[in-house]
Write a protein that binds this ligand. Structure first.
Ligand code: ATP
Length: 323
């Protein structure tokens, strides 16, 4: 009988619970003993490891966040921290670990696997900045939350002839911002991958105003040089030129909360189940993700040394459509 543990790490993402549930129940179906680790790598170092049965993961598939808790843990980035984690895993006789998380979490998973411990990663972050998965758990729900906010802001913006700067999350990745801009019908977008001069945005807003638009939406990524705050500051002295009155909304962590949609529940379930299957096949040191519509495994060594690129053709499309 195998003894397998699962943890969630980094920023929580809607759909993580579906992944935990799938890891645990597919493992139990194989006759394995399944364990949860509280609060990511911090809990691993502290030895917060406990058994998980089928009922323990019941009623969570529809919930956002993570029932295991998550954390950012600088100590795990040190060899000493990882050695402490390793000794806890040995103390609890855990034979393999499933790490559900984003970029940093998978760097941690790789570092642990380099110490000889079997680890399989599951691609989960709302930022969608993780190499090895075209789309990660949480992105779809976060995007829908952004769209709902943009749709609502358009209504109030129209009533007052305003332009809204809407800042969306994504750390240094502009994926969420770009997709929200396209699907939300925004008039301009600012992303870190290709910085836009605020003057260009000023012109785009003026054109929208002169074309008789009742409102304008500018989606800005939090990681862009001119994020919402930077843009608001820049436009403080240029406001008259825009035509519109300017307002700023930062969506922040609202995008991370809430119930996962169908896509994230299914993706979480499929990736969680795939992680268990990889371990059953004797595979580890890999990340399971969604590549070209298929569940696929990528070596963690490749995941941590490659950077996912954003299709900048879509930025051009966003501009073309903003007429
Ligand atoms: P998200 O981007 O969605 O917030 P993430 O997994 O990228 O998720 P991070 O805060 O970057 O979140 O990383 C989570 C944790 O992973 C860190 O707090 C740390 O414990 C561990 N980690 C990050 N980088 C490394 C590394 N190079 N080596 C070992 N552990 C790491």
């Amino acid at each position: 009988m195998k003894r397998i543990a699962v943890l969630t790490s980094g920023g929580d993402a809607p759909g993580m619970n579906a992944a935990i549930r799938a890891v645990v129940r597919t493992g139990l179906a194989k006759g394995w003993c399944m364990f949860g680790v509280r609060h990511g790598y911090a809990g691993l170092i502290a030895g917060e490891i406990f058994t998980l049965g089928a009922r323990d993961v019941g009623g969570i598939i529809q919930q956002g966040g993570t029932m295991l808790g998550s954390a950012r843990c600088p100590e795990f980035e040190t060899v000493e921290g990882r050695m402490k984690a390793l000794s806890q895993l040995c103390r609890h006789e855990i034979e393999a670990l499933v790490v559900i998380g984003g970029n940093g979490s998978q760097a941690g998973a790789h570092a642990l696997s380099l110490l000889g411990f079997p680890v399989v990663g599951v691609a989960s972050t709302i930022d969608n900045d993780l190499y090895g998965s075209d789309v990660t758990i949480g992105v779809d729900t976060a995007l829908n939350v952004s769209l709902e906010a943009i749709d609502r802001l358009k209504v109030t913006a129209s009533s007052h002839h305003r332009a809204f700067l809407v800042e969306v999350m994504g750390r240094t990745c502009g994926y969420l911002a770009l997709m929200a801009a396209i699907a939300g019908g925004a008039d301009a977008v600012m992303i870190p991958e290709k910085e836009t001069d605020p003057e260009v945005v000023a012109t785009e807003l003026r054109v929208a105003y002169d074309n008789g638009k009742a409102h304008a939406i500018v989606v800005v990524a939090e990681g862009a040089r001119y994020n919402a705050e930077g843009m608001a500051l820049y436009f403080q002295t240029h406001r008259e030129r825009l035509g519109f009155e300017l307002r700023m909304t930062r969506l922040g962590h609202v995008q991370r909360g809430g119930a996962p949609g169908s896509f994230d529940r299914l993706l979480g379930t499929l990736l969680g189940a795939a992680a268990t299957e990889r371990l059953a096949d004797g595979k580890h040191g890999e990340l399971v993700g969604l590549l070209k519509g298929e569940i696929a495994a990528t070596p963690l060594a490749e995941v941590v040394t490659n950077r996912k690129t954003l299709d900048l053709g879509l930025l051009k499309l966003a501009r073309t459509l903003a007429q």
